[in-house]
Design a protein around this ligand. Structure first.
Ligand code: DC
Length: 230
């Protein structure tokens, strides 16, 4: 086999995509790309400049002078926005909904998808997001679609917030998550959707370790299959 696989992991918010993708990238020696972080960086830039997320023209102009870099550090992504490390800032609660809104703007998607394709085209890469298997890399060799019930996903997000010392009502966390899933699945361009050839895995009753192991076994059998064919 000339190049390693392109592995796509899509799914709704808090379905365990990024933790699993990071662990898999480490086990396989692959590059990990958190595509959600790129939309979050765009949203952070708009917020810093005081641009209304619905002001499409100003957002389009912002794209001409945005610099987003992803550095890999032990399979963790460090996100640089115009040279500044914003890995923590992009995780702020308000940035989640702003990222969802900005990601529906076609010009934003085209710019981010171009960057993602450039970073991933050489293979040996795992990307997580909403449209990797359907739009960014429709020919990816392995595609997963991770799901879990909204209540379980909201509980994971709520626990994360608690650990950061942020006290938010569980019902509010659940409502925000459902709203974001709806926005992400209903936008016109490259919505959140399972690719027809993606393997769907319900992680509701799985630990991160079980989830990672399940995906890892599938990837290994794909790698063996490719070896036999080439
Ligand atoms: O994965 P995340 O929660 O960090 O993503 C934040 C938002 O970015 C998500 O609500 C929708 C958008 N997104 C997207 O539209 N396409 C992707 N490939 C990844 C994220």
């Amino acid at each position: 086999m000339e190049k390693g696989l392109i592995i796509a992991i899509d799914g709704p918010a808090a379905s365990g995509k990024s933790t699993t993708a990071q662990l898999l990238a480490k086990k396989l020696g692959y590059l990990y790309i958190d595509t959600g972080a790129m939309y979050r960086a765009c949203a952070l830039k708009a917020k810093k400049l005081g641009i209304d997320i619905n002001d499409e023209e100003s957002i389009r102009n912002l794209l001409d002078f945005i610099d987003i870099q992803i550095e890999n550090d032990n399979s963790k992504n460090r996100i640089l926005l115009d040279g500044e490390d914003v890995s923590e800032d992009i995780r702020a609660d308000d940035i989640s909904s702003l990222a969802s809104a900005i990601s529906a703007i076609p010009a934003v998607r085209y710019k981010m998808v171009e960057l993602q394709r450039k970073m991933g085209e050489k293979g040996s890469v795992i990307l997580d997001g909403r449209d990797i298997g359907t739009f960014v890399f429709p020919d990816a060799e392995v595609k997963f679609f991770l799901t879990a019930s909204p209540e379980i996903r909201a509980k994971r997000r709520w626990l994360e917030l608690q650990q950061k010392g942020i006290d938010k009502d569980f019902s509010e966390v659940l409502a925000d998550l459902v709203k974001r899933d709806n926005n992400d699945s209903q936008r016109a361009l490259a919505p959140l959707k399972k690719a027809e050839d993606a393997i769907e895995i319900d992680t509701s009753n799985m630990t991160i370790e079980e989830q990672t192991e399940t995906l890892y076994k599938i990837i290994l059998s794909k790698l063996e299959e490719e070896c036999k064919c080439s």
